[in-house]
Design a protein around this ligand. Structure first.
Ligand code: GAF
Length: 386
């Protein structure tokens, strides 16, 4: 079992249901090394799964009824097929659970009734994808409990449908893909159009490096209007340019494409997506060549693009990036949907503390709430715990 978080899920299950769970399923949070707001443009991303996990303890329950307890909330949530079959009927954190039931049923699967207890070390609202972690852990639990015939390569799309159509957040496929398909010691190079993946070795320990993750503590809400507005603007631009998605604008065709767009804001949105896709490909090429430190400038360029062209950063985030770079990071960028969330910085392992301290000082100087920091090593995707 994965330490305390699994014990908390077990304890929650026992207290709530006065019974033993039939099993435990764990799914990670994630950070995205590079490739932001490219997934819903059919582009490229390079995330990795974190050691922080959400654990679901579960057992079969009455037919077509689900009871879910989470340590986020004292009261359990109970719903049946009628609520599961109507997007929006269950809300709050439990919507991610009901959404998975909905997506499985919509795919024609006979989802078993179940009782579930959820505990998590993935902080909520920090941009580390606590929602995809819940979705994947619940999905794995229901598939196993029901003996459902559903190969794991279909899980990311189903979990994404839960989030898009049941919860109503118009996110792409990145988070669900990496929490399902992540591998220890690797970053996941994903083509979001074809869903083809390549596991790229990302052995930070061997290189004497660390990825420092800095939780900006600025509230993160990617389900809100700004995320949806960026997505709409990209889709409109693709339609104007006569392409299926912005992925189809090649880097060497960027200037010509920009010349065909008539407002400056849309031009900047398109420039972010097209240059960001290229930065993912360049980062992958450097990692394949074992030139990890040299990816730093690409990470920093990605940040500048999110700040100036996509306009999704906030002062806390920019402060963290600047302070990390000034303290010697090879590169630093916001990771995730934006408007808060986390920054990641590529640093020498023995400099991680110094860089974290420099960010904390810069925050204090600006009067921001102190950041939280952790160092992140790529961990496995969703699993059933032994
Ligand atoms: C959020 C979304 F859920 C992802 O699909 C992705 O678009 C990301 O923001 C931005 O890259 O995490």
């Amino acid at each position: 079992m994965s330490g305390d978080v699994a014990a908390r899920a077990t304890e929650g299950f026992r207290q709530r249901y006065a019974a033993e769970p039939a099993g435990h399923w764990a799914a990670p949070g994630r950070v995205n090394l590079i490739g932001e707001h490219t997934d819903y443009n059919d582009g490229f991303v390079l995330p990795f799964a974190l050691p922080l996990r959400t654990v679901v303890a579960a057992a079969p329950g009455p037919d077509a009824r689900w009871t879910v307890w989470s340590e986020l909330d004292d009261a359990p949530v109970e719903f049946g097929a009628a609520e599961a079959d109507e997007p929006g009927r269950v809300d709050g954190w439990a919507a991610y659970v009901a959404g998975v039931v909905w997506a499985l049923r919509a795919a024609g699967l006979d989802v078993p009734g179940a009782r579930l207890a959820i505990a998590s070390d993935v902080p909520v609202g920090s941009g580390l994808s606590s929602s995809a972690a819940i979705e994947a852990a619940v999905l794995a639990a229901l598939v196993d409990l029901g003996g459902l015939d559903l190969p794991a390569d279909r899980w990311p799309r189903l979990a994404q449908r839960a989030e898009n159509e049941y919860v109503g957040a118009p996110t792409g496929i990145m988070d669900q893909s990496v929490v399902v398909r992540g591998r220890a010691g690797h970053a996941l190079f994903l083509d979001c159009r074809t869903e083809e993946v390549e596991q790229i070795p990302f052995d930070l320990d061997a290189a004497g490096l660390a990825v420092l993750v800095i939780d900006s503590r600025a509230p993160h809400r990617h389900a809100d209007g700004e995320y949806a507005a960026r997505r709409r603007s990209c889709e409109r631009a693709a339609a104007t340019l006569g392409v299926t998605a912005l992925r189809d604008v090649p880097t060497d065709g960027l200037d010509a494409a920009l010349a065909r767009l008539d407002d400056d804001e849309t031009r900047r949105r398109v420039r972010h997506v097209v240059t960001e896709n290229q930065r993912v490909l360049d980062t992958v090429a450097l990692l394949r060549a074992d030139r990890v430190r040299e990816t730093g400038p690409l990470l920093t360029a990605s940040h500048a693009s999110m700040r100036d062209d996509f306009e999704i950063t906030v002062p806390e985030i920019d402060t963290a990036v600047e302070a990390a770079l000034a303290a010697g990071a090879y590169g630093a960028r916001m990771t995730g949907g934006g408007f808060g969330g986390c920054v990641l910085a590529l640093v020498d392992a023995d400099a991680a503390e110094k860089v974290a301290a420099a960010v904390t000082t810069a925050y204090a100087d600006r009067g921001f709430t102190a950041p939280h920091t952790l160092t992140a090593l790529p961990a496995p995707g969703v699993t059933r715990l032994p």
